[in-house]
Design a protein around this ligand. Structure first.
Ligand SMILES: Cc1ncc(COP(=O)(O)O)c(C=O)c1O
Length: 410
């Protein structure tokens, strides 16, 4: 453990694990460097944030320029970058109104507040939100209640009331949970953190129809699937349904914290004083967001995510033919996962670090890939080559030479 890591251990409550054990100091494109000068291919990308890679020139220059002009104002005034980003997002998607926040959790929390106000105004005070088991919507108390994972919920009970967690990919479960108290259904188009779980294609069409029949709002949480990650700008565009409320985060700022709630007119019920954050519409973040989205649209970055996702999936399928302990390859675009019939993912991730590849071991038996969306075939080949060598080593009868614990070779 080096100097920075010792200080980190001393200062922080151990919420972050720091599972990969490296201290990153620089990034460019799909590559990052640690404090020892070692280079890595980054297939975590700040947990699916660095859509254009690290320090993309258009994002860096937008931040530089805006930092010299105006970085923060209050919600009591107008500011230009937030209007520019709002216009681009709304014109591109066809939503009617927007609200900016900083994190995905805040966007979801705001979306639920919005739904509750809608319930007060239009649904006799209905307030319950149906979300799904294995979902992930954030870590505030209300979003922990929405996140259907008992392990995240147990330490914090009693949780805020008004959330029902039902099985994913089941319209029947949503139907059974719906009562006259229900105001909205909150879903991820693909469950990201919960395991890259891809539902049936018609699930969302059926849920949309159920929401229409029963006057419920459909909230799609695209914090992880949005901003090109799954091969279209937003995953809902491929699903053939339009939500009433869409939440966006992660990739929106190209690496800086900004999120948004996009709303159809009928659900745009916030009025003066109903909601706000100190940093809502922060000009610096909005300038970075505008540069990111402009580049993404002009260069068809979602198209690259789609093509590279297909290529990457084929390479992973080839690995599956080679290693029988790989049981599943799933996902869409550049949100992909590989699953094993053994709890080897921590070991595999550690071994990959030693070979210069950063991966997210999201479950004991599964790894998630979220590379930057500007990734190339050459970089995918390099990553797959590393993975191939590591899988061979981890599964060989002679397991000497494996990295264990704090990066020590045995
Ligand atoms: C689908 C989804 N919603 C919400 C969040 C929370 O976003 P944040 O961590 O920016 O608050 C995440 C984070 O991983 C997510 O994947």
């Amino acid at each position: 453990m080096n100097h920075w890591q010792e200080l980190d251990r001393k200062f922080f409550m151990n919420t972050g694990h720091r599972r990969l054990g490296v201290t990153l100091v620089r990034g460019e494109g799909a590559r990052v460097w640690d404090d020892q000068g070692r280079e890595y291919l980054d297939f975590i990308a700040g947990w699916g944030v660095n859509a254009l890679g690290h320090c993309h020139p258009v994002v860096v220059s937008a931040i530089r320029e805006q930092a010299g002009k105006l970085t923060q104002v209050s919600m009591d005034v107008y500011n230009v970058p937030q209007v520019e980003l709002a216009r681009l997002l709304l014109e591109t998607t066809g939503f009617d109104k927007i609200f900016f926040a900083s994190t995905g959790t805040e966007a979801n929390e705001g979306a639920v507040k919005l739904a509750r106000k809608y319930g007060k105004l239009h649904r006799n005070g209905a307030y319950e939100v149906i979300s799904t088991l294995n979902s992930f919507h954030g870590r505030t108390l209300a979003m922990v209640a929405a996140t259907g994972k008992p392990v995240y919920q147990a330490p914090y009970t009693p949780l805020p009331a008004g959330f029902l967690n039902v099985p994913y990919n089941s319209l029947e479960a949503i139907q059974q949970a719906t009562t006259d108290k229900t105001v909205a259904v909150l879903l991820e188009p693909i469950q990201g953190e919960g395991g890259v779980n891809v539902p049936d294609d018609d699930y969302f069409k059926k849920v949309r129809a159920w929401c229409n029949e029963n006057g419920l709002l459909l909230i799609l949480d695209e914090v992880q699937t949005g901003m090109g990650r799954t091969g279209t700008l937003f995953a809902y565009q491929r699903l053939g349904v339009v939500p009433d409320i869409l939440t966006v985060g992660k990739g929106l700022g190209g690496g800086v914290p900004i999120s948004a709630i996009l709303v159809k007119e009928k659900a745009a019920v916030f009025g003066p004083g109903d909601h706000g954050h100190t940093f809502a519409g922060n000009p610096l973040m909005c300038a970075a967001g505008y540069a990111t989205l402009r580049y993404m649209l002009d260069s068809d970055v979602p198209g690259n995510a789609r093509r590279m996702g297909q290529y990457f999936t084929e390479q992973l399928k080839d690995l599956r033919k080679k290693y029988s302990f790989i049981t599943d390859i799933r996902g869409r675009g550049l949100l992909l996962a590989i699953e094993f019939n053994k709890d080897w993912s921590a070991e595999i991730a550690k071994e990959c670090v030693a070979e210069g590849l950063l991966l997210n071991n999201m479950k004991p038996n599964a790894i998630r890939f979220m590379p930057p969306l500007i990734i190339t075939i050459k970089e995918i080949d390099e990553a797959v080559g590393i993975l191939d060598r590591v899988l061979a080593r981890v599964s060989s009868p002679d397991r000497s030479g494996l990295v264990i614990g704090e990066g020590v070779k045995v």
